[in-house]
Ligand binder design. Sequence first.
Ligand SMILES: [Zn+2]
Length: 333
Amino acid sequence: MQLARSLATTALAFAGALATGHALAQQQAANTQQQVPGYYHQVIGTLRVTALFDGVVPLPRAQIAGMTPAQVDKQLQGRYVPESPAGLQTAVNAYLVQVQGRRVLIDAGTADCFGGGLGHVVDNLQAAGFAPGQVDDVLVTHAHPDHLCGVLGKDGKPAFPNATLWMDRTEAAYWQGPGAEANTPKDLRFIVALARRPLDVYSAAGRLRTFEPGDGSLPAGIEALASHGHTPGHASFLVPGGSAPRDKLLVWGDLVHYHAVQFANPKASYEVDADRAQAIESRRAMLQRASREGWWVAGAHLPFPGLGHARVEGKGYAWVPAEYSPLPLPASP
Ligand SMILES: [Zn+2]
């Protein structure tokens, strides 16, 4: 009797475990359809940066300028960059910086300007525990749609209702002025309207501010560094992180599009760069400075989370990605 009861109990427990296992397997199958949330925190001295994943775009090998196709193929061999017939997988990242009591978003992703699969900056900001209304400032490196479209929501209103939008004065004037259409190839002219819309909306709300590199107007001690070339007023941002000289974060925007090529060969350019010679010079100067100073780097199109360091390698540079790290424990009282 005792034995029968014990066997029945075991059978019941076993059936229960099977049912739980089945439910777990179903849950896991559902989970495989969705990637983990796209955010990552890094503490640098007194600042904290959260990388936010917007999505990926394919960039064709053929749009790498300044190298022959054979040189490009050779350079990419063994780099294992995911590639589809449309091009090399290229991440689109934005960065939320918490510095000196402010929450500053640098670049804002594509929203719905580039179609499905992208536009996840706000989702990932929320997954990381922030509400869009908590963002104090949005700094954009330039006015291309993968950096600026995200400042507007689907309703056409500011996606960050309490934020001031900051843009380099030269950049804003270029896109708002009559020359933008004339200087943009016909098949890319749609980006002019995409750049003007958010500028108009924030300007009408009295929340558009422009700066010039070195004028000291940016919030929280953030410094704008001129890195023109990809666009006429492209800017990078140096964020202070305390007293140690290395505790700085350079959010460099679009200085590198093809990481597997342009670190080793900074003279390789991107066909879309407005002024290739200037873009090459900006990339070379910024790589030299960031590697010499040991600054942290965040790149809008580096593999997510796009945080790490640049170091000298041979006649060029190499990318040293951040290592996944626990956050420092809060100081005990
Ligand atoms: Zn870009």
